[in-house]
Design a protein around this ligand. Sequence first.
Ligand SMILES: NC(=O)c1ccc[n+]([C@@H]2O[C@H](COP(=O)([O-])OP(=O)(O)OC[C@H]3O[C@@H](n4cnc5c(N)ncnc54)[C@H](OP(=O)(O)O)[C@@H]3O)[C@@H](O)[C@H]2O)c1
Length: 497
Amino acid sequence: MLQRVVRSTIIDAPIERVWAVIRDFNSHDQWHAVVDQSRIERSEKSDQVGCVRNFTLKDGHHIREQLLTLDDRQHKSTYCIVEATVPLQRYVATVTLKPVTDGNRTFWHWESTFATPPGMERELTDMVAQGVYEAGFENLRRHLREGGDLRAPSAARESTLAAMPRALPVASRRIVVPRYGGPEQMVLQDADCPAPGPGEVRIRQHAIGVNYLDIYLRRGWIPPMMAEGGTPGMEAAGSVLDWGEGVHGFLPGDRVAYLWHAPGSYAHMRNVPADTVVRLPPTVEDETAAALLLKGLTADYLVHDLGHLDRRGPGTRVLVHAAAGGVGLLVCAWARKLGATVIGTVSSEAKARLAREYGCQNVIVLGEGSYRFADAVQQLGGADVLIDGLGEAARDENLAALARRGHWISLGNATGALAQVDTHALLAKSITFSRPVVFDYVATRAELERRAARLWAAVGDGTLRVPPVERHSLAGAAEAHARLERRATSGALVLLA
Ligand SMILES: NC(=O)c1ccc[n+]([C@@H]2O[C@H](COP(=O)([O-])OP(=O)(O)OC[C@H]3O[C@@H](n4cnc5c(N)ncnc54)[C@H](OP(=O)(O)O)[C@@H]3O)[C@@H](O)[C@H]2O)c1
């Protein structure tokens, strides 16, 4: 008769983090205390279905097991014993992970069937249930608590790691801007991604956020930030490949996103400082993360830190330019949820409809080439908070649209760089003025994590609706820029690498 052993537990870590360990069929000598040394036969990869792991237990037993199935979508693998000095016969086991609904914990189900010699049923089922499965749960917890630190590996693991490409450059492609200018200046080139340096994480990028700032860089408006020959892009989402000295807390395959003040994200692979990287909850897809991270954290500091919309009374009038754009829609939605009266400018009726869907109650459609909105805003009482990504062409209208003691947040320069602001013009209505940049609001890892958690929570509880996402390939970056510049887009743009 076949014996059946079933055990399950909850692991206090997101599913991708647990799966990154489990799916590696040769990882068990890293985390399971009963396993001494393990190797994959015939130099096959340790996630190759059909591969055989050949290992010894600390008590001297010897086992060969074969990987039968591996399903990254279901987080499920099946394996069987092909040969063992332990008298477990016809042993087939399945490991299944499921995300717990809070998103940060994992349900782990481990079950097997096997036959035993007569009289040994009890002894062997106890050994599998307690010595392998229950002890395994505890051992993996400890392994994850220690940050998945793979720097003190067993001899077998060490040789596997040495053979991994972690210390080597990896082939990659990236967009380069050899000469400042129009979108056509962006060319895709082969370029190795070097081994990560101390403090760096190497990321295989899947989705890259496109931001208006990338256009300023490509045009050569901010040479200290990006010289000719540079690669634009401030953010991306993907999975961890490996990391340099001094980095803890990541595992290969961890799903992550980052934003960093140094451009260079228009690429397949990239090394970035570990402090700029956040782990993604299972509910947030790579594309969504790339569409949201920089723009969403911008919306976060605008409505909370500078607009104080969480503290000001309901009805605070917020004027948002480019209300149907990437940042614009997020600000409209968040400001509305916080009780503000949202006024927006857009360039078409289609964009007006979209802005309204995202919470903008008063939409002003600008005429062709015109930036006239002040009268309409004053009819509504004037702007207490002005979120201005337009810049120079709208400066006088902005001053006229602001209410007494209004706050002008000069966010960007889609129409051209804002020339110096005349303090006398501010004095006329006691206007205050800010010129912020998102990177100063995520300057420490703690702040980045706190704000990112607030952003994912706002998406999770419906406060923030994700803007429409327009997708382009990495090779199609020029087309993405051209559309953004000619005001043809609404919502966010991402490049898929
Ligand atoms: N300082 C920061 O921390 C920070 C962070 C993120 C973004 N930003 C700034 O926020 C603004 C929005 O960024 P985004 O990435 O979300 O872009 P976006 O709003 O999706 O795109 C820019 C929009 O600006 C409007 N626009 C008006 N006049 C324009 C012109 N002459 N040329 C091009 N566009 C014009 C267009 O909307 P309409 O067609 O509806 O007018 C266009 O869709 C940008 O100024 C950006 O630099 C600043």
